[in-house]
Structure formats: C-alpha cells, structure tokens
Design a protein around this ligand. Structure first.
Ligand SMILES: C[S@@+](CC[C@H](N)C(=O)[O-])C[C@H]1O[C@@H](n2cnc3c(N)ncnc32)[C@H](O)[C@@H]1O
Length: 252
C-alpha cells in the first residue's frame, strides 16, 4: 500500500501532488483529515463556487440516467449528502438508500439532512453484499479513489444484473480557453470567495487541492477503459460545458 504515488487511481504522478502527500497511505490520511475539517463548511462553499454545479444538477443527472421511484441506491463518497438527498427524493418512500463515505465528519453532516443508512468505508472495499442495489452513484470523488480497478469491481459486485453506475466528475477541459477560465475560477475566484467569510476558511485547502487534482487527473478515456475492464457494458461519458462529466455503465 505504501507505493510512491497513485498509479492505479484517478491521478497521474504529478509534481503538484507531492506538496500534499508522498505515498498512498499519506494520501488517504490527508484526504480524510481534509474532508473531516471541511465538512461543516462544505455545502456553503460548494454552492458559492458551483464546482459540483448544485443540487438541481445532481438530481437531473441521476434522473436522466434512470434512477426511479422504488429503486435501491448506493451513493459512494456521499460526503455531506448532496447526491444522496437528490437520490433519496427520486427513489421515494418505496426505495432504499445507502450512503458510504470514509469521513465521519462528512457523514455527520449528511445525517442532519436525510435519514438513510450510512456506512463509513471506501469505494475500494464496500461492506455490502453482492447484487444488492439497482443503482450506484458517485459525485465528485473519483479523484480521491486510490484504485479505480478495485472500486469499479466493487460497484459491479454490489449491483443487481441490469443495474447502473453513474459517476459525476469535473475534468480538465480540452480547449485552451476553457482550461484558462477554469484555472482562473479555481485559482482566483474561489480563493477570494473562500476568504469572504471566515466560515469558508477550512475549505480553502480543499479547493486548492481540487484545482490541483483536476490538473493531475487521468484522461477520461482511461476512466472509461477501467469501467469496461471491471465488466461494465454500455459504458459512456457525456460532458456539459466541457467540464462536467457523467461516466455511466450497466451490469449485464
Ligand atoms: C468532494 S466530496 C463529494 C461529496 C458529494 N458526493 C458531493 O457530490 O458533493 C468527496 C468525498 O469523497 C470521499 N472519499 C474520499 N476518498 C474516498 C474513497 N476512496 N472512497 C469513497 N469516498 C471517498 C470524501 O470523504 C468526501 O466526502
């Protein structure tokens, strides 16, 4: 586990990341501490910076990818529950929802909003039985996964046959102008917004890390290839505004 840098994860070995951690063990510990600390301010900062594009967008993505009333949903990397709450509303009272995240601080915020089963755990090792759910969601957390192969195999395992996975993530835009705009947003606008209220001070580091991990993220094609390798079919990726991606797949 004590490998030099993330090789099987969604991050390249990028010099920017050495400022944060030296190996996989440090990366996990740093990520958890960062999210625990940022948890109380996460939702406010998220809505100010729009980097997850809000609750409406998350709900719309789940809906148009087939999450329906009565289904069972596992929301991986649930955090403070922005995707979980949207999923919970869509599956309705006949549905079932599990929310998984390694950060107790983030899950504590989630439990203030929605009554679902919460599990402290990692995408790479999900403590749930095979064939449990109709839908697996993951919002803006792929860059924190240390091993995509393990995580996607786990998603496939917990899905029922015919079940779907839907992963929302931000990626580096292909065009120079869009890259510069995103860099300006993350490097200038977001830190200014973060300083505007003291409440957001704890999330400043989180957002800096966000910017660096977007730059260091592996190419979308490699994420699609990892989904196929895990055994998903109908694997696809759609992109909005050159930045917001939805990776989807189905268990045969
Ligand atoms: C940016 S938050 C996203 C929260 C929420 N899904 C949303 O859409 O706002 C990323 C979350 O991923 C969690 N996380 C980090 N590494 C993880 C892993 N290996 N498996 C599952 N969750 C992880 C963090 O604890 C954090 O709560």
């Amino acid at each position: 586990m004590n490998t030099p840098l993330v090789r099987t994860g969604a991050l390249k070995a990028d010099p920017r990341l050495t400022a944060y951690f030296a190996n996989e063990v440090e990366r996990r510990a740093m990520t958890q501490a960062m999210f625990d600390q940022a948890a109380p301010g996460y939702d406010n900062a998220e809505s100010l910076t729009a980097l997850g594009s809000g609750a409406w967008y998350r709900r719309e993505v789940l809906r148009h990818n087939g999450l329906q009333a009565g289904m069972s949903l596992l929301d991986v990397a649930a955090g403070t529950g922005l995707v979980t709450v949207a999923g919970h509303a869509l599956v309705g009272p006949q549905g079932k929802v599990w929310a998984l995240d390694p950060s107790p601080g983030m899950l504590a915020e989630l439990r203030k909003k929605v009554a679902v089963k919460t599990i402290e755990g990692y995408a790479e090792s999900i403590p749930l039985p095979d064939g449990l759910v109709d839908f697996v969601s993951m919002g803006y957390a792929l860059r924190h996964v240390g091993d995509l192969n393990l995580a996607f195999s786990e998603y496939l395992r917990v899905l029922k046959p015919g079940g779907r996975v839907c992963i929302m993530e931000i990626s580096r835009p292909r065009f120079r102008l869009a890259q510069s705009l995103l860099r300006f947003h993350i490097g200038v606008i977001v830190p200014v917004l973060a300083r505007l209220t003291r409440r957001h001070a704890d999330v400043k580091r989180l957002w800096e890390y966000y910017g660096d991990t977007i730059e260091a993220a592996i190419e979308p094609e490699l994420i699609l290839a990892a989904l196929r390798r895990a055994g998903f079919v109908d694997v696809a990726c759609s992109v909005s505004l050159g930045v917001f991606r939805e990776y989807t797949g189905r268990k045969a």
